[in-house]
Ligand binder design. Structure first.
Ligand SMILES: [Zn+2]
Ligand SMILES: [Zn+2]
Length: 80
């Protein structure tokens, strides 16, 4: 069984609407990449806390194109 994130692998897009203004949100990439730049130590800490869950979910950051509101969404990984 091989679980992959559809967004990271370009399988398909998932669209979310902004909770503030209902405008379309743009996908800004997986949260791990942002964290990696910021602090490897923090990333390690998070990995431990979400142990068991991180295999099934990939956290992606979305930003509203209209008001700039940012939200993180857990994306379920799919079997290839
Ligand atoms: Zn992903
Ligand atoms: Zn908005």
């Amino acid at each position: 069984m091989n679980l992959v994130c559809p967004l990271c692998n370009g399988l398909y897009d998932i669209d979310f609407k902004c909770v503030r203004c209902n405008s379309p949100m743009e996908e800004r990439g997986p949260l791990v990449n942002i964290m990696d730049d910021y602090s490897p130590y923090l990333l390690d800490d998070i990995s431990h806390r979400v142990d068991g869950v991180k295999e099934e979910r990939c956290i992606h950051t979305y930003q509203c194109l209209n008001c700039g509101y940012e939200e993180n969404y857990p994306i379920e990984r799919k079997e290839l």
